[in-house]
Ligand binder design. Sequence first.
Ligand code: PLP
Length: 369
Amino acid sequence: MTTAETTFPLSFTHHPSSAARAEAEREIILADPGFGKHFTDHMVQIDWDIETGWHDARVTPYGPLMLDPAASVLHYAQEIFEGLKAYRHADGSIYTFRPEKNAERLQRSARRLALPELGVDDFVESIKQLIAADGQWVPDAPETSLYLRPFMIANESFLGVRSAQKVGYYVIASPAGAYFTGGVKPVSIWLSTEYSRAGKGGTGAAKCGGNYASSLLPQAEAYENGCAQVLFLDSEEGKYVDELGGMNVFFVYKDGTLVTPALTGSILEGITRDSIIQLAKDRGHTVEERRFSLEEWKRDSEAGEIVEVFACGTAAVVTPIAQLKTPDFTIGDAEAPAGELTMAIRQELTDIQYGRLPDRHGWLTRLDA
Ligand SMILES: *Cc1c(COP(=O)(O)O)cnc(C)c1O
């Protein structure tokens, strides 16, 4: 699509909330934030239209959006999003992890969903601006964070089917408790045999709400079968492992080799996935990105060749997978403990994110200075 010229970088105006929570109220929320339930006092908003491009970047009080009932996002799901975290370091400073990767991925998602691209610097600046207003909402208890949710929607009031000429980009933030309270616990996952997440040429590589909408029914099936997450196979042959509803997967072999499904176009390119590939290579492990079949998983697991399986993504970081359940068979043992390498990588990654280990790959960006 053609996009109008926009002046870079965008400059932000601030409109402080008159209803900002007092410190005592905030502290009560931060003591037990859960995930995705509470939101900070402000949000970022940047408008786009086909004539002027991106404009009116602002930090406003957090609150409901005014959307026309004909807003195209409500009808044709032209929506994309991102997820990243702000981490409080021991000295009180606030950092985020590889935000330019989220910015680039949002641009790729935008291209696929025929939405306008926001500049990488503007994306990073939008997060800094929200932290400037709401930095006190970054909790400091171990393994807690402020989850940042940038998203973009088509908000033109028009029911014709074409890409919207009016778009909004927003960032909201939600304090997040430690994902696993009482220690990291391996999960069982459910194989969806009936549904797929993404087809060839579809939107699997874009981080868009539509992919999630189609994963909710199979996810509910996973819950019914006592599983925490759903695993999808490729939609063409139904043979190869793609990923979970919202996390990528890794297999660890006895000889130390890691295997993760190659990015075929139907898999979301996780930033956690990419970082783990790097950390595993740094440790001297071979990492294979390739097609990996369910059959191989079953065979190599039963032969004792696969010794650990884990899922990864920003929200839960690394989750050990104890067992795969399918309608016909199971792989692994639900009571199996978390794998050693799984836990070591989880520790190393979070140590880097929280500033407990040197940032040797230049992955951190300071947000509060
Ligand atoms: C966001 C997401 C992931 C994980 O990506 P991270 O950048 O590691 O958080 C994996 N799969 C899907 C479908 C996702 O939406």
